[in-house]
Structures are given as structure tokens and as C-alpha cells.
Design a protein around this ligand. Structure first.
Ligand code: ASP
Length: 338
């Protein structure tokens, strides 16, 4: 049987970094040599693979919609030549990128697996080797046909993942959706949680543009008038990380004024919860009622990563404000449950 073919897109991140006088940084041209030295990657039991190195390589703190468009284009341009894709990426913003690409890749019917490492391949005890090898195997097997994040023996849905640890080797969680697979002696897929492919939608990409979105995390004693300068004409969206099921302090009018001003300017106001687990239930408490009155929409159990990138994806299209509000509350890629 012919071996499957996987394309590895290397965008930067710790996995390929080297020590410099200023701390770890990516080095152009070095990573291919590092991969040559990993014997398992050249086993006949592995998929065949090619490496595409981005230029410049980035610490993922510098990722924006520009690189998300480049990743989407790189996949589109090679889509018919490969059975699956592995995207090597820094861990810091990986969950934003997996969320963004989940929305941008429409009609996807091949695996797109993001991975990276907490310790560079060039250092002792690197977690990069296993993350990479297992991701290439998952991408070659073709059992998952969605954007995923593989890290620390767990395969997670990309638009459900969040980085929860700055130093553990199991650095990501999917607090509101089960893992899609776990890798022990075998890779064990949890078939019932995998996404069905919509065969009627051909594969295409939807690029993002620069969008003007703000995120405000509510805390006890927050002075909302501090934020009023952000409500300008060009504000397109505001994501509020609220308490519990969608509650905000109602001790002064500054927040309701802020939200209704934002809504009147045409911005979409999305209510998320700052609890890692569970969902927003707008209007369940009086303390959240101002949000409902001001026309805010519920982010249900979406991560902030999913909410930010979904809003950016919808704003990048020619959609009415009403359609965007409806779609924000609609499950599009398995990113929310009601
Ligand atoms: N700062 C690095 C990055 O996100 C961290 C990592 O890859 O783990 O690019």
C-alpha cells in the first residue's frame, strides 16, 4: 500500500529554537537538519513528509491574522498533494491559531494538526520529538478531518483548546469538549467525538483582515469608565470575560453605557465566561441583565480564543451585523455547545 504524504509547515516556536544571548529564538534554515537526525521520522512505517519553512520564523507572540492567512494559503496551495498537514507553531498563541484556522478552512476534509513543544528539540528532555512524530502519524492516518492541536499525548479540537500551563509538558486543555484521541501504546481515537465532514462544501479558505476587537476581563471593583475611550467609531467587536454564567457588576451605569454605546456604534458585544469550564446563560441573574438589554450576544462555552477568532472571521466577510450576531451564537465548527 502506498504510504500517505504529510506536509509539515514550520512557522516557528520553541520546538525549533536555539539558545541566543537574549534567550531562545528561531533560526532560519536550522530545523531541517534537526529533523534529518530524528530516526523515527525516516522509518518506512511513517508517512512520507516534506518540510516547508516559513520566512520569517516567529515566536508565536508575534502571530497575527497575516500569518494565519499565510498558513491557510500554504495549505490551500498544497491541498491536493498531501493526505494531511502538520503545523509547527509556538505554544503561546497556538490555541488562537488553531481556532482561527478552524474557521478559515471551509469544507476541510483532511487532518490539520498543530503542535510544538515546551522544550526545544535542541535541548535535553525535549517534548518536541514525540509531539512531532505522533502528529505526523495522526495527519497521515486521516481519521480526524478537522483542525486539531496535538500536545502531551492528547489530541484536542483546535477551536476548543486553550493553553493552561506555562511549564508543564501537558500544556493544553479542552475544558468544554472531550479529547479527540489519546496516544498511549496506541493512538486511541474517540470516534463519536470527531467532527463529520460536510461533503457538500468544497474545500476553500476564507482570509481574515485586520479587525478592531477589544477584550475586557471584568474584575471586582473594575472602573468601566476607564474603557470608554475604546468605544470609537471603528470599534467592531467587544468581548467581555464576565463572572460565572455571564454576570457583571451593576453598581454604576458606566458598563451599561459602554456596552450600549458600543452596540450603537455597530460593534458586536460578545459575553464569555472567565471560568475555564461551563457556559454563559445570559439573563439568568439580574446582575447580567444589562448585557441582554444592550443587545449583547452569548458566547456560551466558547474559549476566548475561539470567540476572538470567530468574531474576526465573521467580521472579515461581507455580513450584516444581524447575521454576525446570529452566527456568533451558532455552532459552526464544533466550537460551542448550547
Ligand atoms: N514563546 C514561544 C512561542 O510561542 C513559546 C513556545 O513555543 O512554547 O513561540
Amino acid at each position: 500500500m502506498a504510504r500517505s504524504k504529510v506536509c509539515i509547515l514550520y512557522t516557528g516556536g520553541t520546538i525549533g529554537m536555539l539558545r541566543t544571548a537574549n534567550g531562545f529564538a528561531p533560526a532560519q534554515g536550522y530545523f531541517g537538519r534537526e529533523l534529518e537526525a530524528i530516526r523515527d521520522l525516516h522509518s518506512p512505517l511513517m508517512p512520507e513528509w516534506d518540510l516547508v519553512e516559513f520566512d520569517p520564523l516567529l515566536d508565536s507572540s508575534n502571530i497575527s491574522y497575516v500569518q494565519w492567512n499565510q498558513i491557510a494559503e500554504a495549505i490551500r496551495d498544497r491541498y491536493d498533494d498531501y493526505d494531511g498537514f502538520v503545523v509547527l507553531h509556538g505554544t503561546d498563541t497556538m490555541a488562537y491559531s488553531t481556532s482561527a484556522l478552524s474557521f478559515m478552512l471551509e469544507g476541510l476534509d483532511k487532518p490539520v494538526i498543530f503542535t510544538g513543544s515546551q522544550i526545544p528539540l535542541s535541548e535535553l528532555r525535549s517534548d518536541g520529538k514525540d509531539n512531532l512524530i505522533t502528529s505526523v502519524m495522526i495527519a497521515g492516518e486521516g481519521k480526524v478531518r478537522e483542525v486539531c492541536l496535538y500536545f502531551g499525548n492528547e489530541l484536542l479540537r483546535g477551536c476548543r483548546a486553550t493553553k493552561h500551563s506555562a511549564d508543564e509538558l501537558v500544556a493544553f486543555q479542552s475544558p468544554n469538549y472531550p479529547q479527540l484521541a489519546t496516544a498511549g501504546i496506541d493512538i486511541h481515537y474517540k470516534t463519536k467525538y470527531l467532527r463529520d465532514v460536510d461533503e457538500s462544501t468544497p474545500f476553500s479558505i476564507r482570509e481574515l483582515r485586520k479587525t478592531r476587537i477589544g477584550v475586557i476581563k471584568v474584575f471586582p471593583g473594575i472602573q468601566f469608565d476607564l474603557f470608554s475611550p475604546i468605544v470609537k467609531e471603528d470599534l467592531e467587536g467587544l468581548i467581555l470575560e464576565t463572572f460565572g454564567t455571564g454576570n457583571i457588576p451593576d453598581y454604576d451605569d458606566a458598563l451599561s453605557t459602554l456596552i450600549s454605546d458600543a452596540a450603537q456604534q455597530g460593534a458586536i458585544v460578545v459575553v464569555c465566561t472567565q471560568c475555564p469550564q461551563g457556559s454563559v446563560k445570559l439573563g439568568a441573574y439580574e446582575a447580567g441583565s444589562a448585557l441582554v438589554k444592550a443587545g449583547a450576544v452569548s458566547g456560551y462555552d466558547m474559549t476566548t480564543e475561539a470567540a476572538v477568532t470567530k468574531l474576526s472571521y465573521l467580521l472579515s466577510q461581507d455580513l450584516s451585523r444581524e447575521s454576525i450576531s446570529i452566527l456568533m451564537e451558532t455552532d459552526m465548527r464544533g466550537e460551542l455547545s448550547k
